[in-house]
Design a protein around this ligand. Structure first.
Ligand code: 6PG
Length: 463
């Protein structure tokens, strides 16, 4: 950045905030910082450049920033964000910009944007992905909000973002309102689904194919070199190969109960609210719930499922197809929210921002950006010829893998839900005629006819 770069206020110097602050400082952004927790503040002070200005509280931070001010919040999503905004608001003025870099629920961002707009203060909802390492060395940044407010802060944020292989910063305003936080929520939903697909592949390799962990690690590493590759596949290889201090596989000492902070759940709830299907995202959330029911599982457990016959290429295809279909469910979800809230999200821009820095980064994102770019506005992503070709290549392997797993007694909800979503979406006629018949029979819910307009009711007497 230049010598004249305006200082940026930053509130919250926990792991993500501190690493992003260090990244901003590396890029010459002058910082005015405030962290309420004394230990976290001390750690950040020791690591950040001496030129960093330290504020005593929100009011002091606002006083020390030239207007129009820009303040980045890196505090835990939820009540803490409201508390910090409440503390800041009296000391801000029209034209100032708050950037919320937390994993905030888009509905909260919409509410806060409305409240702050009454005083002319802008709130940019900023999805930040890439974990600690991404924040330090280049995250993907997904912004939503007022375009003029974004233009003021964009150069600073673009400077610290990850860059795609073509040099473009993975940092963009993806639409108005809460578009950035919604896109981040869906990013995390897809992250849940892809991780679940990889977990199912691990289970099938380890228990169905009796592969040892080094062989499984080698398989993930090989997949990572090809079209199934991506950051999650890359770290899957590391996770299965890691040994504990005593030389035993570390995974074998890990309790099989996966936690969650809520973004996968929000993505699933959004799909339910919007009436669109994102079953692989929801199934991944449910799979974590099954994992969490550990005591019940242990009490109910019988003989574990045994050997399977699955060709190595089929398993790779199964993961590829499930990953692609999970992404497409996510893009359908974003399009539905956009149609309701009018953010004007361009799916090509979303795919481009996800190309580097974020947890979903993978060569697939380049293929998605190109495929979406060729579609007419509003077209379903499954209509893209290149994606259909990719599915034509991989679906047979997914079918054979899912069938073998189901027959063998393995739970593969990510794989099967992705397949069923695809198979439902490419059927011109699904058995909802039958559902309508049942609904009308027991509840006079009425039905539409293909040969006459309006709603109809029948007795469904069986004759
Ligand atoms: C990222 C991650 C990050 C985090 C989520 C999901 O994009 O950097 O998605 O936001 O990993 O909080 O965490 P859970 O699995 O705990 O819900």
């Amino acid at each position: 950045m230049t010598d004249t770069t305006a200082p940026l206020g930053i509130i919250g110097l926990g792991t993500m905030g501190r690493n992003l602050a260090l990244n901003l400082a590396d890029h010459g952004v002058p910082l005015v910082a405030w962290e309420r927790d004394a230990d976290l503040a001390a750690r950040a002070r020791a690591e950040l450049p001496e030129a960093t200005v330290w504020a005593a509280d929100a009011a002091d931070l606002a006083r020390r920033l030239p207007s129009p001010r820009a303040v980045l919040l890196m505090v835990t999503a939820g009540a803490a964000v409201d508390a910090v905004i409440d503390g800041l608001r009296p000391h801000l003025q029209a034209g100032d910009v708050i950037i919320d870099g937390g994993n905030t629920d888009a509905a909260d961002t919409t509410r806060r944007q409305k409240d702050l707009a009454e005083r002319g203060i802008h709130l940019i909802g900023l999805g930040v992905s890439g974990g600690e390492e991404g924040a330090r060395h280049g995250p993907a940044l997904m912004a939503g909000g007022d375009p003029a407010a974004w233009d003021r802060v964009a150069p600073t944020l673009q400077a610290v973002a990850a860059r795609a292989t073509d040099g473009t910063p993975c940092c963009d305003r993806l639409g108005g309102g809460a578009a950035g936080h919604f896109v981040k929520t869906v990013h995390n939903g897809i992250e849940y689904a892809v991780m679940q697909a990889l977990a199912e592949a691990y289970d099938l390799m380890r228990h169905g194919l009796s592969m040892d962990l080094d062989a499984i690690g080698g398989t993930f590493a090989r997949w990572n070199q090809g079209p199934a590759g991506g950051y999650l596949v890359e770290i899957a290889a590391d996770v299965v190969r890691t040994r504990d201090a005593d030389g035993a596989p570390l995974l074998d000492k890990v309790v099989d109960r996966a936690g969650q902070k809520g973004t996968g759940r929000w993505a699933s709830l959004a799909a339910l609210d919007l009436g669109v299907a994102a079953p692989s995202i929801a199934e991944a959330v449910f799979a974590r719930a099954v994992s969490a029911a550990r005591d019940e599982r242990q009490a109910l457990a019988g003989t574990p499922p045994g050997r399977l016959e699955i060709a190595a290429d089929d398993l790779e295809s199964a993961v590829r197809a499930t990953t692609l279909l999970s992404f497409l469910q996510g893009f359908v979800l974003i399009a539905a929210a956009d149609a309701r809230d009018g953010w004007s999200v361009d799916p090509v821009a979303v795919a481009r921002v996800w190309r580097a820095g974020c947890i979903l980064r993978a060569p697939l994102l380049d293929r998605l950006a190109e495929a979406f770019g060729g579609l007419p506005p509003g077209a379903h992503p499954l209509a893209a010829p290149a994606l259909r070709a990719e599915l034509a290549e991989t679906l047979p392997g997914l079918r054979r893998t899912a069938a073998a797993a189901l027959l063998g007694g393995y739970a593969v909800p990510a794989l099967t839900s992705a397949l069923s979503w695809h198979d439902g979406m490419v059927r011109a006629r699904v058995p909802a005629d039958f559902l309508q018949g049942l609904r009308d029979r027991f509840g006079a819910h009425t039905f539409e006819r293909i040969d006459a307009p309006g709603s109809h009711h029948a007795t469904w007497s069986g004759a």
